[in-house]
Design a binder for this molecule. Sequence first.
Ligand code: C2E
Ligand code: MG
Ligand code: MG
Length: 589
Amino acid sequence: MAAEVEKQLLGQGAGASGIGTAVAEPMDGFAELAALFRTTMDAAQVGIFVLQERLFKYVNASFCRRIGFDAAELIGRMGPLQLVAPGHHPMLLELLQSGVQGFTGQQFELEVICKDGSAFPAMILSSTTQLDGQPALVGTVLDISAQKAAERRIRELADYDVLTGLPNRRLLRDRFAQLLAAAEREQSEIALVFLDLDHFKRVNDSLGHSLGDELLCQVALRLDAAVRRVDTLARLGGDEFILALPATHTSGAADVARRLLEAFIQPFEVGGHELTITPSLGISLYPRDGLDLETLLKNADTAMYKAKEQGRNAFQFYDSAMNTATLERLLMESNLRRAVSQQEFVLHYQPLVSLESGLIIGVEALIRWQHPDLGLIMPDRFIHVAEETGLINSIGDWVLCEACRQAQAWCDAGLPALTMAVNVAPVQFRQSGFVAVVAGALAASGLEAGQLELEVTERTVMHDADINLGTLSALHRMGVELSLDDFGTGYSSLAYLKRFPVGKLKIDRSFISDLETDADDRAIASTIVSMGRNLRLTVLAEGVETVEQLSLLRKMGCDMAQGYLFSRPLPAEQVTDLLRRQPFLQKEL
Ligand code: C2E
Ligand code: MG
Ligand code: MG
């Protein structure tokens, strides 16, 4: 078969003598040419092939060597489609088509797959020709692995710091452009941390540059271990490192900065020396302190110098208000710890009223912090700090126990059984022993599970829907009721709403406050009410303050309401009085 092709390629018709006979005959012009052709082909360093009707008609030695098939396996049996990754098939088919129409000199790159399954990048050059009077394709295959590797290495050298292997300023700029685009889209913040080692020059001067380099590499490793995978850690040169932290606000950046400082507590082992070195950090925040990398870098640098001025081994925000804010937060954090140990919390209760009967059929427990100097502090000011510091778990456990105890105390006092609604923070809900904590609170108080209702937000349950479904189901099996708080502000998926064993939706106050004037809010509220009805869920409106709001909600068919119109959250004794009097029963609100 190959001999036939040789003849064709050498311009001899079908009638000319075959290569087999050509060897036996004295060397005539054609045989000489054929031998020359074969030697040339076999000596060629590139793979050469001829295709006709999508099958190989000729392959040279180099081609066979590189892909691992021998000529007999390929010729007349296999085609190029079997040797390239499926991703390249469309391109190849197009080429085979155009080959029929006739053209010359086409060049393209693709991945060739060898007999053993390995693959290599190849440059293919092809032209059309005639074989046996029929169109055919002649091509060469050049293995370009080495060229690709070199290109990769050049890119690495251009993008990465040679000493530490960290991204350099160029790559930082590229990545930051992407972070900026995402932050703009999601309206999120980015923190930029400028980290500079304190007195690094002394290390270089006393121990020499190679140990200084070694120290920088170790610093890079420690920093890398202290940040998330989504963060970019780059080295600008010298002892300056930059961290770009997407979706990070003030307190998050302060946490990272503290973690980075902690990473330097352990001394470094360099060339048999134990070295202690500290960093100074400056932080700027997008968009507050700048809208582009250059400005943010400049401002983080300024903040870093402030940290140096203040005695090094510290971090500073560019915006000095942020420094006060973190200080306040730190004070708040230590105060909160004390509050937990000193039991400075109290619960107030707000009635949940049935719109059909006017009966108070439940109360929501709302925490307050009775601060010895500052007086009563509302949850919006401290719950997020409690969540970020993990203190919410012990606070939440206390709330659960106290609320269950109070509900049972009202039962024991002869008041009709009511629902006790307790807010559960996301962190608390996800802690592993949460179901056991709830069971414990019920057992300790003697309250029936059906009287306890846990309020979770959409964000809490959607966060890790599958894990949370397990917790929700376990609570549901215990008989505990579940409601979705602040409904409408998160990203509820209707599919999940159906799957979760939730019994109540609480329409967020933000939709209720402008109910009379805002047609959109009215539409949302009424949609939630009818959706709730279709899914057989109870719907409660939060923050009802006016008679007008109430009558609109009634018209929509809302089941329950809560708000200042009925009562503010009150201490237990005052609620006892309300529960006895049931003042909303008769009142035509
Ligand atoms: P929430 O669960 O949505 O609670 C309702 C909030 O709306 C309460 O604020 C309540 O006082 C307020 N409110 C009720 N009716 C009206 C009204 O007619 N008008 C206005 N303007 N506001 C009304 P509060 O007590 O400040 O609690 C704020 C948030 O703090 C709660 O929102 C809840 O998310 C959280 N929270 C409260 N107690 C706890 C707790 O024990 N644990 C946890 N994890 N979070 C809690
Ligand atoms: Mg609530
Ligand atoms: Mg709410």
